[in-house]
Design a protein. Structure first.
Length: 133
């Protein structure tokens, strides 16, 4: 019943860590995933017209991450995901690798078109959208 266009159409801003230079149309769950990840990489208050938009996970990748801090961050990221009108609910788990200093963010995102998995690897300098591809 759901189609690829239930999520809208966009241009990728995460193709090899940058904007798709060919501006190819993007559809399916990847559209919502990229919109959510943009929320997760925009500093809080970074948009003057929407002060509640964003929490920059890159700033947190260099800090000590306790289990409580990871839980709190997961709740913040889930709340940011649910601010997108296409997202009905999101459950986010965050883990931290002390050797690589990378955060791994795993989310189950539910939309009217169905659920999808969102997986993101984050360090101080980069964000890699691992899933959906």
């Amino acid at each position: 019943m759901s189609t690829e266009n239930d999520y809208g159409i966009d241009v990728s801003t995460f193709l090899d860590g940058d904007l798709d230079p060919y501006f190819r149309p993007l559809s399916g769950p990847r559209v919502v995933a990229e919109a959510v990840v943009r929320r997760w990489t925009t500093p809080s208050g970074g948009l003057f017209f929407e002060p509640g938009f964003g929490v920059d996970v890159r700033e947190l990748a260099s800090q000590a991450m306790t289990p409580q801090a990871l839980f709190t961050l997961g709740a913040q990221l889930a709340a940011q995901a649910e601010e997108d009108e296409r997202v009905q609910s999101a459950h986010v788990d965050v883990s931290f690798n002390t050797q690589t200093r990378k955060l791994l963010v795993r989310a189950d995102v539910h939309t009217a078109a169905g659920p999808f998995a969102l997986v993101v690897s984050v360090d101080r300098l980069s964000v890699e959208l691992l899933e959906p591809r």
